[in-house]
Each structure stands twice: as C-alpha cells, then as structure tokens.
Design a protein around this ligand. Sequence first.
Ligand code: CO
Length: 287
Amino acid sequence: MGTLESAGAFDKIKDMIKEDNKRLLRVVYWVKDLEMTIKFYTECLGMKLLEKHDHPLEKCTSAFLGYGPRDTHFIVELKFYHGISEFNLGTGFGHIGINVEDIFKSLALIKSKGGKVVRDALQVKGASTICAFVEDPNGYEIELLQRSFHGDPFCQVMLRVLDLDHAIAFYKKAFGMQTLRTLELQLPGTKWRLAFLGYGPEDKTTVLELNSIFGVTEYDKGNTYVQLVIGTNNIDKMSKTLQEFGGEITQELDVQGNSTKTLSILDPNGWKLVFVKNVASTKDGCN
Ligand code: CO
C-alpha cells in the first residue's frame, strides 16, 4: 500500500514537471541594419533565417534566426524600427553565446568577412573550453565557445546584474530555474562573478548567464535589448509566484480566441522577460 502511494506521488511530481515544461524560447533585440545583421548571423555564425515579417502599423520588421525551427530551438528575433535613429547599446546587456566546432576556423571566417574580433581565442586555465568574443554589425558582443556540447549551438544569453546572489535566488524561486554553475573570473583590472541558470544541463540546453563585475554599482541598460522569452505550460500560476518573489508584472495579455497569453515582467535588475504559453507558434507584434 505504502509503495503504491509513493509510486502515485512520484508520478504526480513527474507529471507536474512534464506539464510545466519551461524552456528558453528566444531573445529579442533591436538592430541598426537588419540586412547586414542577417548576413552576419547567417554567413559568419551559420544561423538560418527562419522567418521575416513586416509590421507596417508599428513601422518595424522582425527577423527570426537560429539553428533550427523555433518549436525546438532557441532563436533570436531581430527587430528593426523604421525611422528610429537613437540606438544605445548600453553596458548591461552582455552577449549571446554560440557553440562552434572549430573556434579558429570560425574566427578566420569572421575576419575574412570583415567582422571584428574583440578578444581572440583564450583557453580558460584548467578548463577545456576555448572562448573568443566577436562583434556583430550593431556592436553587440557575441561569445564563441569551443567545448563539448550536444545541444543547440545557440547556448547563452548573458545579462549583467548588480547583486548576483539576489538575482540567482530570484530566478531560482520565481522562475524555477536551476543554478548550473557559478564561477569567479579575473583578468588584469577586472574581476567578475558568473552564474549559469536554466531548465536543463548546460551542454544540452540554452542557458541564462548572469554576470556581475566587482565594484560596478550601475549599468546603463540602453534601449536595444527588448526581452527574453520563456515558454511555460503553467502561465496561469506564474503571476502569483513572480510577484511573491519580487518580479514586477508590467503587462498581462490574454488574447481570447487564439489562445495566446503572455506575461511580461521586470526582474529585480529591471530586465524584461516574457512568459508565453507553450504553443508551437507565438506570433506577436513589436513591443
Ligand atoms: Co557567456
């Protein structure tokens, strides 16, 4: 009897986990030159252009790029606003991370296409990972990582935070993320603390990287980062949990008839994240 009960309880937990099924879906940011950016992401990073939509009312064009269909892969949505010239990258949005097979080959390709290498390949002491930083045509930093991985090449989104421990606790409690790894890094003149959080192992899923620089008390968020989108099956239960743990809900959208529900929140550092119901396609406008 006892065994049966335990088995039943375990099934329930398993069902809940399965039912919840949270996943990082996409990162959204503005670009200055859409065509140049698409060219760079496809030719230098090997992404595919998945979809492109014009939104005449909002005077914007969205391009979706990634390494596979949006139903199964993490992707980037590039937004181009017609007629807006003020473009401030700020200092808070860090980078996206891309796993590559051969980092030296990737760097050579990027250089040959006129791309800018910000930091050449560097092997972290005691680790097998080799990483480098390049810049896309808008000035966004992109980290290239050569290491053992079995998932999507699109592996990280990095945001800078002031209080790393506070941010980790928030994402753990309010978002249900796991802390996969934390570390401290030092280069002459700078020291950082990093945390990698997510909904699955780091070598198989895309993760959120949080970074805090010692001694920095303020970041300029700029105006180009839009949001990080996360899919969940339990969106109705999210708003209570989010508020309880210090997330500020900025918009709750329930579009009747097409089963789209989104929940926009600001994390304790003011970064915008959006939960959407796990459906195959989430066509949204320019916000
Ligand atoms: Co990174």
